[in-house]
Design a protein around this ligand. Structure first.
Ligand SMILES: [Ca+2]
Ligand SMILES: [Ca+2]
Length: 195
């Protein structure tokens, strides 16, 4: 049994290594450079809708664009077109699985973000980390501009997370009570944990 487990672990390790998720003192969750809905941990990147999409007046869509935050020629970033303008309470966004990532020893969550001047965007962007108890721990960054900028959030800000040994999800949340204007476009890139 131990030998079998070891083999499976090795196979997983090799598949993660191929994506170069771990780089020096950082763990790359998603650089979106493969332009696919799979993150650097080999897990899914997906759109979520409040009430599984029952409210047709709100929506969120993702696509991959050749505008890399780090200026990588072959790189991509994630484009999120959101609409939380609805007669009902409205929220939706993007989430990606962290595959039980053990963040012990890491200090910050980092990502790059910018807004789309032509399509509109809000200064505020809400993100969440979710631990093994599945309780969302929110943080609102207030300062999105039309230029790429690196956002660094100390993990201590995500105080709802009690157990850092098995992180479940990284989530972007658009909400009618957070985002102004209530529809627009933001770009996200290079989501990573750093020590
Ligand atoms: Ca990228
Ligand atoms: Ca709408």
């Amino acid at each position: 049994m131990a030998r079998f487990t070891g083999f499976v672990f090795m196979a997983l390790w090799l598949s993660c290594g191929a994506l170069a998720a771990e780089e020096g003192n950082s763990l790359i969750v998603a650089d979106f450079d493969n332009a696919q809905s799979t993150n650097n941990l080999g897990k899914e990147i997906e759109i979520w809708l409040q009430g599984d999409g029952g409210d047709e007046t709100q929506t969120c869509q993702m696509s991959f664009v050749k505008d890399d935050a780090l200026g990588e020629e072959r790189g991509h970033s994630l484009q999120l077109d959101y609409d939380v303008d609805s007669p009902n309470p409205a929220y939706n966004g993007m989430r990606t699985d962290l595959g039980n990532f053990d963040a012990t020893g890491y200090k910050n969550l980092n990502f790059y973000v910018k807004g789309d001047a032509a399509r509109g965007f809000g200064k505020r962007l809400k993100v969440e980390l979710i631990g093994p108890d599945m309780r969302p721990s929110p943080y609102i960054f207030d300062g999105v501009t039309t230029e790429w900028q690196k956002v660094t959030i100390p993990l201590s800000e995500f105080w709802v997370v009690r157990d850092w040994t098995q992180l479940q999800k990284f989530v972007v949340v658009f909400a009618d009570i957070v985002n102004d204007p209530k529809s627009g476009t933001v770009y996200l890139d290079h989501v990573h944990f750093s020590k």
